[in-house]
Design a protein around this ligand. Structure first.
Ligand code: ADP
Ligand code: MG
Length: 249
């Protein structure tokens, strides 16, 4: 199987004046073609550090990182600019890169229409619900034509009900647009319902403790809400719960 992302024996330390913090210790990870990989770990375990390494925002202390494609990054908060309308929020990245052309505008128009935001294009972020704002943020990321999406706890600022609905939307968009994705989360159910594989991080210094391939019995098309109702869901939940147990070093 083709690997879209491969991290091999990655170590990452942060240095302060007086000490060294070892955050990642011999981390090995692969993202396979056409798949969503969830990285599940407690707060402070090094999840964002992994994504920052993949965007080259920071460099590994040692080890290898191979990336086969262009990365798009979606943050925990939507970072929409309140003084720009929806269209102008979506085009901002391309504007800055001086890549806003007819073709990209057509793509944005298609995305806005497909994902029910076209009528809101001239409105402002404060007029939108939390879920709609996350959709705008994802379309803004997609507008830059990434092959691989990195999602850093994208639903954690939303209330529970909205979170379920937005993960449904975001999942469908990722699959419809044929993207690979890494979803970072501390939410076990979210990981099982969205991902093809779940990689569990150990406590800091983090390595991959275990990787679960998620195989659910589902009739018809999978969506996160349908996945939650599959017979295997609870077993995965129990296994991952035990795996994450913070007392178990
Ligand atoms: P997570 O996303 O899983 O909550 P992070 O990757 O943000 O965790 O952080 C992992 C650890 O690395 C934390 O202990 C954090 O304090 C430390 N860390 C992250 N970035 C830096 C930095 N730039 N300098 C020093 N320490 C950092
Ligand atoms: Mg984080």
């Amino acid at each position: 199987m083709t690997h879209i992302i491969e991290m091999k024996n990655v170590y990452k330390s942060f240095y302060t004046e007086s000490s060294e913090i070892l955050v990642l210790k011999d981390l090995n990870l692969t993202l396979k073609k056409g798949k969503i990989l969830a990285i599940l770990g407690p707060s402070g375990s090094g999840k964002s550090t992994i994504l920052n390494l993949l965007t080259s925002l920071i460099q590994p202390t040692s080890g290898e990182i191979m990336i086969n494609g262009k990365i798009g990054y979606m943050f925990q908060r939507d970072h929409l600019l309140e003084w720009r309308n929806i269209m102008d929020n979506i085009t901002i990245g391309l504007e800055i890169q001086k890549k806003l052309d007819k073709e990209s505008l057509k793509k944005i128009e298609r995305l806005l229409k497909t994902y029910d935001l076209w009528e809101f294009r001239n409105g402002f972020p404060k007029e939108l619900s939390g879920g709609m704002r996350q959709r705008v943020a994802l379309i803004r990321t997609l507008a830059t034509n990434p092959d691989i999406l990195l999602l850093d706890e994208p639903f954690s600022a939303l209330d529970y009900q909205t979170r379920l609905l937005v993960s449904e939307d975001i999942y469908k968009i990722i699959k419809n647009e044929h993207k690979e994705a890494i979803l970072v989360t501390h939410d076990i159910a979210e990981a099982i319902s969205m991902a093809d594989e779940v990689a569990v991080l150990s406590m800091r210094p983090a390595a991959i403790k275990n990787i679960y391939e998620i195989k659910l019995t589902i009739e018809g098309e999978k969506t996160p809400l349908i996945a939650r109702k599959s017979p295997e869901f609870k077993d995965y939940f129990d296994d991952l719960w035990k795996e994450l147990d913070i007392n178990d070093k």
